[in-house]
Design a binder for this molecule. Structure first.
Ligand SMILES: *[C@@H]1O[C@H](CO)[C@@H](O)[C@H](O)[C@H]1NC(C)=O
Ligand SMILES: *[C@@H]1O[C@H](CO)[C@@H](O)[C@H](O)[C@H]1NC(C)=O
Ligand SMILES: *[C@@H]1O[C@H](CO)[C@@H](O)[C@H](O)[C@H]1NC(C)=O
Length: 822
């Protein structure tokens, strides 16, 4: 290494310091004493550097030197002496700090020994300090922790540096790299050494700058000065000086009400710039109601808000939650979470039948309100708008009344008999997506109205009853149905009209009011009443009642209960008979007479046949099987008696047949005179009693005839007034032959288009006169037919008259012979 001395010299002018004499001789101090020489040299002189000429300073002559053998006596030899000239040289490195440490003055003392004479010379060499050591810090870097809360002016001692040099070369001052927050002061220890102190100049903020890098410089006072640095890392220690902070005061979130429980809604995060526990933020609800507490859950560590329970827009539309964030210290901040629940279409419409009259009259007019329907949907907006419809085809429709009410009104014709009840399905659909709907079924009952009249099962009834029925027999049953309900459909039957005498009606027929069974109240007689007509009414019990009429025709059928009755010839009560006169010259086939018989029955029962039962001269006469005409079968022979007797049987066609007989007395004569003796010849008892009887009868007959005439006149007058020309026909058998264009058919041969109606008086068997009532108009020939339809038709006209049998009388000469003739 280079000599500090030399180098110092070289820089003298630059520093401008006053030069201190390093080398000085001290022989002056003790010239008389044993020599004590004192030198002063800077340390670290290069080896061989001259300290001083010791010989000279000791007063030794150069010549003596070799003899004196001057030498350094000390064991540690920093110096050597040149034997030639007595110069003292540095022979070893001299480090003042090593030799003297921190002593302010460092003197090396040693003895020089001289011989001849032996003598000691005391030499002291003062080693002067040279600034050869810089201040040294024990550590290159130092870490210092200062709380951010440190107030300005607070001081923190720093480690001091060590400088081995002394005096002015020792450490003189510290300085700090420029920093806005810190400055440096120097303090003195009691021993006078200095140490640096860091002073907080400005408040610290860890959150702003968590450490500061400073450089501490230690400078000594040497010339040139030496320095060293150490790094000081000031770590700003955290203090809980910051509250947590939410980025926003209010959080808003919209949530679908259907969100499932457990869903995360949002996370609130409060930031705390502090460190460690001071920055550990926990979250909690504050100031929220109990309901909200059940619905929402706040994760205390993360600040995550989750859904706990079910949201229901219809229950609550929004929540405001207070959240407090707290750090590890005592700082807390609050924020609010505004939760808006969004409506979803989660509610189906509700249907309420606000008022109902479940029974509807079937005659209800179109538009009659049947029910009021109220719709309600808890949802809002379109989710709550409802469309109301009827499902299916019904005679009803839905009419909107107000926003949420509807009317169910009739929209068609109701008919209870067709449909007694309707299950109307009401469908309410909201307009949400997807739409929700509610279905409601209403049973509507249709109430009966008497709108149906009873209906007979037949348009008309015809019933055949055979005569002589037992009274009280049910002859038929009519029935009518009425589809209405209850009394409206309860049918009762009655007879409302008939062609019978109203007063006598009840004695003929009756009808069971409930059963509709028609009873014959008496035994019918075909001969009296062939048919009659009733109008039956079926009537329901409605209000007003409805009814229907039906006609019932009762046809009384014939039984063969009447035997034929011979009208001609009749036997007089006294036993006398009428005679029929036959000319002697009568040719075979000559119509002698005709047996006239009637049968009150009709049809086959009245279809008569004639038979010869007995004859005095067989073969002489024959009788028409159907006509009853008695004709000669051959010419009269000489041996034949002039008086003949014929017994004719009249039989009807009934089963079994009934019959009657007639006896004919025939006289063959050419004139009445001729016949009379024959008659007189008759072996008849001439009885005076009988003559008396005859007059009596004659008188009676006259009275009867007068009476009959009067009655007939009255009847005729009456008939005349009703302008019936036929009435007179009763006594005019021959005059009306021209009328009656229709020829009677299928009756026996020779029948004329006449019908004989026997007048009632003819029944009297005691009269001598037979009244033949020829009634052409009222008894047309059809009347005689067995054809049922025709007699049914006609019998209604002239009931209960008896129609007679046809009798051909044209060629019959009828003589009424008084009994006294016989
Ligand atoms: C200090 O720094 C110097 C130079 O970089 C290095 O040589 C020395 O070893 C360091 N001392 C310590 C204690 O780290
Ligand atoms: C209506 O509904 C009721 C009850 O469900 C049922 O008994 C009845 O038969 C239904 N009527 C019609 C006409 O469908
Ligand atoms: C039924 O007949 C009665 C009597 O003839 C009559 O008064 C009534 O109007 C009729 N009713 C009907 C429905 O024809």
């Amino acid at each position: 290494m280079g000599s500090p001395w030399e180098s110092r010299r070289g820089r003298r002018g630059q520093t401008g310091r006053p030069q201190t004499p390093f080398l000085f001789l001290l022989p002056l101090f003790c010239p008389a004493l044993s020599a004590q020489v004192r030198y002063a040299i800077p340390e670290e002189l290069a080896r061989g550097s001259l300290v001083g000429n010791l010989a000279k300073d000791l007063g030794l002559s150069l010549r003596d030197l070799p003899t004196r053998n001057l030498r350094v006596s000390t064991e540690k030899k920093f110096f050597t002496l040149s034997p030639e000239n007595g110069d003292l040289f540095v022979s070893h490195r001299i480090d003042r700090e090593q030799i003297c440490g921190k002593k302010p003055t460092c003197v090396l003392e040693f003895e020089m020994v001289a011989e001849k004479p032996l003598n000691f010379f005391h030499i002291s060499v003062e080693i002067q300090d040279v600034n050869d050591n810089p201040p040294i810090f024990s550590q290159n870097t130092t870490e210092l922790e200062i709380s951010e809360l440190a107030l300005p002016g607070a001081t923190f001692a720093l480690e001091s540096a060590q400088d081995s040099d002394v005096g002015v070369n020792s450490l003189q001052q510290y300085s700090l790299s420029p920093d806005p927050h810190f400055s440096l002061t120097q303090k003195e220890n009691p021993d006078g050494s200095r140490y640096p102190e860091l002073v907080v100049k400005e408040p610290l903020d860890r959150e702003e700058q968590c450490y500061h890098q400073l450089t501490l410089i230690a400078v000594d006072g040497g010339e040139p000065s030496r320095s060293s640095t150490t790094q000081i890392r000031v770590v700003v220690a955290d203090a809980n000086d910051n509250p947590p902070v939410f980025p926003q005061d209010v959080y808003r979130v919209s949530v679908q009400e259907s969100l499932p429980a457990g869903s995360s809604l949002l996370t609130v995060t409060a930031t705390d710039p502090d460190e460690g526990i001071n920055a550990q933020v926990t979250y909690a609800f504050i100031n929220i109601d109990k309901a909200a507490r059940q619905v929402f859950k706040l994760e205390s560590k993360t600040g995550e808000l989750t859904l706990g329970g079910g949201l229901d827009f219809e229950e609550r539309e929004s929540y405001t939650l207070g959240v407090e964030a707290k750090d590890g210290g005592h700082h807390a901040t609050r924020c609010k979470i505004q939760i808006d629940v969004l409506d979803e279409n989660d509610n189906a419409p509700e249907i309420t039948l606000a008022s109902e009259s479940k029974h509807i009259q079937e005659d209800a007019k179109l538009g009659t309100v049947v029910a009021l329907i109220r719709m309600h949907d808890l949802d809002s907006g379109v989710n709550g708008e409802i469309l109301c419809q009827l499902k299916g085809n019904f005679p009803f429709k839905i009419v909107q009344d107000t926003k949420n009410t509807y009317k169910l009104v009739t929209d068609g014709i109701l008919d209870r008999e067709q449909t007694a009840e309707y299950n109307v399905t009401i469908v309410a659909t909201d307009k949400g997506n997807p739409a929700l709907s509610t279905i409601m079924s209403v049973t509507l009952h249709i109430k009966d109205v008497n709108d149906n009249a009873p209906d007979f099962h037949q348009a008309s009834y015809v019933v055949h009853v055979t005569e002589n029925n037992p009274p009280g027999t049910s002859i038929t049953q009519v029935s009518a149905s009425d589809p209405d309900l209850g009394p409206n459909g309860q049918v009762s039957y009655s007879i409302v009209a008939s062609d019978l005498d109203p007063r006598a009606l009840s004695s003929y027929v009756s009808v069971g009011a409930h059963s509709g069974v028609v009873f014959a109240q008496r035994a019918f007689d075909h001969e009296q009443l062939r048919a009659f007509q009733l109008t039956l009414q079926a009537r329901d019990q409605g209000l007003p009642a409805l009814s229907a009429n039906v006609s019932l025709r009762v046809l009384v059928g014939d039984r063969n209960d009447n035997a034929p009755r011979v009208l001609y010839p009749t036997l007089e009560p006294d036993g006398s008979a009428l005679f029929d006169m036959v000319p002697r010259s009568a040719q075979p086939g000559y119509l002698v007479t005709k047996v006239v018989a009637v049968d009150a029955d009709s049809g086959h029962n009245a279809w008569l046949s004639y038979h010869v039962l007995q004859t005095s001269e067989p073969g002489l006469f024959g009788v028409g099987f159907r006509t009853g005409e008695v004709r000669t079968a051959r010419a009269l022979g000489d041996r034949d008696a002039t008086r003949q007797r014929l017994l004719i049987a009249v039989r009807d066609g009934g089963q079994p047949p009934l019959s009657a007989t007639a006896t004919l007395h025939l006289v063959f004569a050419d004139s009445l005179q001729e016949a009379l003796p024959d008659l007189k010849d008759r072996p008849e008892p001439s009885d005076p009693q009988a003559e008396l009887q005859f007059y009596l009868v004659l008188a009676l007959t006259l009275v009867s005839v007068l009476f009959l005439l009067a009655v007939t006149l009255a009847v005729a007058l009456h008939l005349h007034r009703s302008s019936s020309p036929t009435a007179w026909g009763c006594f005019q058998p021959g005059l009306s032959s021209k009328s009656g264009p229709v020829i009677a058919h299928n009756y026996s041969e020779g029948t004329l288009p006449y019908s004989y109606n026997l007048c009632a008086a003819s029944h009297s068997s005691k009269t001598e006169f037979k009244f033949l009532n020829i009634n052409l108009e009222n008894a047309p020939p059809q009347d005689l037919l067995c054809d049922e339809a025709s007699w049914v038709e006609n019998s209604s006209n002239d009931n209960p008259q008896i129609t007679s049998n046809p009798v051909n009388v044209q060629q019959v000469s009828v003589f009424q012979i008084p009994a006294f003739y016989k």
